[in-house]
Design a protein around this ligand. Structure first.
Ligand SMILES: N[C@@H](CCC(=O)N[C@@H](CS)C(=O)NCC(=O)O)C(=O)O
Length: 233
């Protein structure tokens, strides 16, 4: 039975799993769940995952949530090239795990919250931007970019775990695209090391990176139009 992939490409971890599946030519069937429509709260989806969040995979009746667990499972099950999640180089594997543990409360939380406070919540709830929150998350995003530069890319490593792309780089860049969606890519572009890393990761993920980010570009266009109508963003 073909692998079922419950996803919405508006979601960063869904984009990461989608790109990984495509890059590794793993056959899958998309089961579209619209987050904007609230499909993830439907009874049918709750039967698949009572947690109600994306992404989810279903492999012959085996349901798995959480993008990190999903990516590791797929990497092992489909025996993908070792650089994604090395099996024998324990230190490289640990470096990838280290970033993936760091990412949730650092890269993901702060970039997602900046996006939500600058765009999603004001737009959906028709309310003004909460400047204090935007300032707080902007500040945190600056700290995260600095930490990625100083620690995860130290010694001028081209990628987080060394010389080749891994799950850590894939997840990291997919989360950072939330900055691009709300025109805050200055945080990446103003850091030469992180910017060069982001460009390297995009090249490695071509052509699926662009394919997965179509919705991000649409969101960015909408954000730019709305920003043009506001006195100060
Ligand atoms: N820790 C989970 C996070 C999953 C998650 O928060 N997904 C979001 C989309 S990016 C979602 O489904 N949100 C819907 C909701 O919380 O109602 C993972 O990494 O897979």
């Amino acid at each position: 039975m073909v692998l079922g992939f419950y996803c919405d490409l508006l979601s960063q971890p869904c984009r990461a799993v989608y790109i990984f599946l495509k890059m590794n030519k793993i056959p899958f069937e998309v089961k579209s769940v619209s987050l904007l429509r609230g499909d993830n709260h439907n009874k049918d989806f709750r039967k698949v995952s009572p947690i109600g969040r994306l992404p989810v995979i279903e492999d012959g009746g085996f349901i798995l949530t959480e993008c990190v667990a999903i990516l590791k499972y797929l990497a092992v099950k489909y025996n993908v090239p070792d650089h994604w999640y090395p099996r024998t180089d324990l230190k490289a594997q640990a470096r990838i795990d280290e970033y993936m543990n760091y990412q949730h409360l650092n890269t993901r939380t702060n970039m997602a919250m900046l996006f939500q406070n600058l765009w999603l919540l004001p737009m959906m709830l028709n309310r003004p931007i909460d400047r204090k929150k935007v300032d707080r998350y902007s500040n945190n995003v600056g700290v995260v970019i600095h930490q990625i530069d100083e620690y995860f890319l130290k010694d001028n490593r081209p990628f987080i775990a060394g010389d080749n792309i891994s799950l850590a780089d894939l997840l990291g860049l997919c989360e950072m695209m939330q900055l691009y969606a709300c025109c805050q890519e200055k945080f990446i572009e103003s850091n030469p090391k992180v910017n060069a890393w982001a460009e390297r990761v995009k090249l490695k993920l071509a052509p699926y990176f662009d394919e997965a980010n179509v919705e991000v570009n649409i969101t960015r266009d909408k954000f730019m139009k709305s920003a043009a109508t506001q006195p100060k963003l």
